[in-house]
Design a protein. Structure first.
Length: 416
């Protein structure tokens, strides 16, 4: 392989880190990929498999604030904060509140729309270049509403999509069940998002990309990064928990929700939290589906995958170290059965993972403000899979000195 003798070290082997490593390798860089676990075993293992190009809007918008008290007070609500963790969340929530100013919301919406607007240009190139086009499905996503009141409650979302020109189609009654016969007749209205397609198995996608990276000479190291060695030129090596060191010419920190712990070692604060998400993978559901579905009023999602269907959603704020509470997964299955009355949760497994959440919902992508040879790619929230190919392209441009095709200022690490 051509490129530097001292490699670019990418920390984090989820979908974001693996795609960055692949893209840098494709451009002739020597790359080492390091993670505490094998590729794809973090949030990429259990995400909802959706290329969700219509879901870029900030979480701090007024419609969410209006529902937040009800959600927090309901024992089965879509948002839960463990009481003992609440004091640690105060600084993050203050920034979350600051992101809800009308002028700021417009900036954040535009920053997300720019990324989502080029998702398929970058994703198609990635999948074609790696021979993995079969992993992208053709069908979109249905957003469900029982009646006009539920639809009006989500109208803010639809209005934002209309402003930025994202495709959607409003459907009623029989037209909905023509697309998905398993849906309950209680659903009176739906919106089809044809461009919200799915990946058949997100974990297998990460593994396949990692294998191609390794086959072309990339090195994958399993180890927990616990420190950095620094000199006049910046970070010169990474220290692993077992005593090993990895020499580095450049460093990319793309470790999802764990990135803030690494940035803190470099004295660079990132207000990154984990939105803990749950899913239930049902291998024998007793129904078939073509489209993924979202029911905004019930706050869950169901996606058909290569291994059955996946039911997920919910937000739990409890930090990186608290044990899972799988009651959250069971609540989601109960809600899913309201939409899919013939769903049977046979041969099912439950999972919890850490979404990397920034208070303004826009990812960090760009150089460190403190270390000249360090870059960050984190905070993709619910859109890690959606943004992955675009993140890989933009980060590789920055790292190799190519002018990116979009303005990168909205994604800088020191914007908070």
């Amino acid at each position: 392989m051509s490129g530097n003798k001292t490699p670019v070290v990418v920390v984090g082997a989820g979908i974001i880190g693996v795609v960055i490593a692949h893209e840098l390798q494709r451009r002739g860089q020597t790359v080492v990929l390091v993670d505490r676990a094998t590729p794809g075993m973090g949030a990429s293992y259990g995400n909802m498999a959706s290329i969700a190009v219509t879901e870029f809007m900030p979480a701090s918008r007024p419609g969410i604030w209006a529902q937040m008290p009800k959600w927090l007070l309901h024992p089965e609500g879509p948002v839960r904060i463990r009481p003992g963790y609440l004091p640690k969340l105060v600084p993050w929530f203050l920034r979350f509140l600051a992101a809800s100013r009308p002028s700021k919301l417009r900036e954040l919406e535009a920053a997300g729309a720019v990324l989502c607007g080029r998702v398929y240009e970058d994703l198609d190139a990635l999948l074609k270049g790696t021979g993995l086009t079969q992993m992208l499905t053709a069908d979109g996503c249905l957003s469900l509403y029982t009646d006009e009141a539920e639809f009006r409650a989500d109208r803010e979302h639809i209005a934002i999509l209309e402003r930025f020109g994202f495709r959607h189609e409003i459907l009623g009654g029989n037209a909905i069940r023509d697309l998905e016969p398993a849906l309950t007749t209680r659903i009176g209205k739906a919106v089809l998002f044809p461009d919200n397609r799915s990946i058949t198995d997100p974990y297998k996608l990460v593994v396949a990309l990692a294998e191609k990276f390794r086959a072309l000479g990339g090195r994958i190291v399993e180890g927990d990064v616990v420190g950095f060695e620094q000199g006049e030129a910046g970070v010169s090596a990474l220290r692993l928990a077992d005593g090993r060191t990895l020499a580095a010419d450049k460093v990319v920190l793309a470790a999802g929700a764990f990135t803030a712990r690494l940035s803190a070692l470099l004295r660079e604060h990132i207000p990154l939290e984990t939105e803990r998400g749950y899913h239930t993978q049902i291998m024998d559901p007793g129904i078939s589906m073509r489209h993924s579905i979202i029911w905004p009023a019930r706050a869950f999602m169901v996606t058909p995958t290569a291994c059955g269907i996946r039911v997920g959603g919910t937000v739990e704020m409890a930090g990186l170290d608290a044990p899972p509470d799988y009651r959250r997964a069971k609540i989601l299955v109960k809600r899913a059965r309201e939409a899919l009355p013939d769903l049977v949760p046979r041969s099912a497994t439950e999972w919890m993972g850490h979404r990397p959440a920034l208070p303004d919902t826009v990812p960090v992508m760009g150089p460190s403000a403190r270390r000249r040879n360090v870059w960050y790619a984190t905070g993709h929230g619910h859109l890690g899979l959606t943004y992955a190919a675009t993140t890989g392209r933009l980060m590789a441009d920055l790292i190799t000195g190519v002018e990116p095709p979009v303005d990168m200022k909205p994604y800088r690490v020191d914007r908070f």
